[in-house]
Design a protein around this ligand. Structure first.
Ligand code: PMP
Ligand code: GLN
Length: 380
């Protein structure tokens, strides 16, 4: 077969969701909530469709949404953004990733990535002709140090892709980690692409640290966000890229030829939602934290050892510490046979995978979590 076709693997999310549908299992694999989205955001988008916002909107995004993104980050993360010159709306964070990688990586450029890797990064870097330089993170802390970075960076490093909070490990990078990364990026002249789609989903009172709030990175970083993720509307696919004007000019060129634009009613729905008060975001986090704690308590009572989850919709079972000596792919099969789909975390490694953890999505109603706990209790 033509190697161009084989270079694009089937994503683990599609594989596990198809298995869940085929077997009737509860799907705690692919991350999507089954409740919790704001009705007024749906109403706002529906009304925009009915009142006729259905033609091509402006290429960089509808001004109302770009302004709303700027105001939102000013009030939540204290970041000043010029909505006209620093924000590009994309069709989901997935398009933002593709647009940024295709804009910034040329054949032969080295790209520093951290594994576990969100599934889209490596195929896109490969298609752009980039040469991946991997930093491996391991449980339970999933952090990097200066030695790890020194081994990965070179004078050919053009881009660094970082995901914070990190899917699938549910860990976060704090200011010290970003400062360390900033030093390396600055010395090699690299841009940092920071996938922050989980920026609002963090727990236990922790704060999200955006790459754009690190002074040394303000002009050499691209921050990616996702409206679908913020409002539990994962099918909406409204995302954005925020970066200094010179970078934004290059990113917007790439976006022109991928999707050009994003459905206008959905952009306006998200613009409406971004203006919600602080308390709404706090309540949203508290709700997910309760769900996390419910799943963790139930599985711990059934004898599973759980890793910490500081952010995202996910928490992982530590198989080895749970006394399960199977690899994660085999363990996922066993749990699927018991009626619950999960994601083996080794799928997020390109080499030397960690095979001892399984990712579960807790963004589900209590009754669904309870049923999953009951099924998993019988699977040990
Ligand atoms: N990046 C990460 C780390 C994600 O977890 C996801 C979706 N779960 C995306 C990007 C894709 O976001 P979107 O649906 O807005 O394309
Ligand atoms: N980001 C979601 C997850 O981590 C899945 C997104 C997708 O299916 N592409 O589960």
């Amino acid at each position: 077969m033509n190697p161009l076709y084989t270079a694009m693997p089937t994503t683990i999310f599609e594989t596990m969701s198809a298995r869940a549908r085929a077997t009737g299992a509860i799907n705690l694999g692919q991350g999507f909530p089954d409740s919790g989205w704001p009705q007024d955001v749906l109403d706002a988008a529906a009304s925009e469709i009915l009142t006729g916002h259905n033609q091509y909107p402006p290429m960089p995004g509808i001004p109302a949404l770009r302004q709303a993104v700027a105001t939102h980050y000013q009030s939540h993360q204290n970041i000043d953004l010029d909505w006209e010159r620093e924000i590009t709306i994309t069709s989901g964070a997935t398009e933002a990733l593709a647009a940024a990688i295709f804009a910034l990586v040329s054949p032969g450029d080295e790209v520093v990535l951290f594994q576990p890797l969100y599934d889209a990064y490596l195929p896109l870097v490969g298609r752009a002709g980039g040469v991946p330089r991997l930093v491996t993170l391991r449980p339970p802390h999933w952090q990097f140090n200066a030695e790890d970075l020194a081994a990965a960076f070179s004078e050919k490093t053009r881009l660094v892709i970082v995901n914070n909070p990190l899917n699938p490990s549910a860990s976060t990078f704090g200011r010290a980690a970003l400062d360390l990364l900033a030093g390396f990026a600055t010395r090699s002249g690299a841009v940092i692409l920071s996938d922050e789609v989980w920026e609002h989903v963090h727990f236990d009172g922790a704060e999200h640290v955006s790459v754009l709030s690190v002074p040394a990175l303000r002009n050499r970083a691209v921050k990616i966000g996702s409206g679908g993720k913020i409002f539990a509307l994962t099918g909406w696919k409204v995302g954005w890229m925020c970066a200094a004007p010179a970078l934004t000019a290059v990113l917007a060129k790439s976006h022109q030829f991928l999707t050009f634009t994003t459905p206008p009613a959905l952009q306006l729905g998200i613009a409406h939602g971004l203006g919600k008060p602080q308390e709404w975001f706090e309540a949203m986090r508290a709700g997910f934290q309760r769900s996390r704690d419910r799943l963790v308590a139930g599985l711990a009572a059934a004898g599973y050892a759980m890793l910490p989850s500081a952010g995202t919709y996910f928490v992982s079972i530590d198989l080895a510490a749970s006394g399960i000596s199977l690899g994660d792919a085999q363990a996922a099969e066993r749990l699927l046979a018991a009626g619950v789909a999960t994601i083996p975390v080794s799928a997020f490694y390109a080499e030397q995978p960690v095979t001892t953890t399984l990712r579960l999505c807790f963004a589900k109603r209590d009754a669904v979590l309870d049923e999953a706990i009951a099924r998993l209790s019988g699977a040990r």
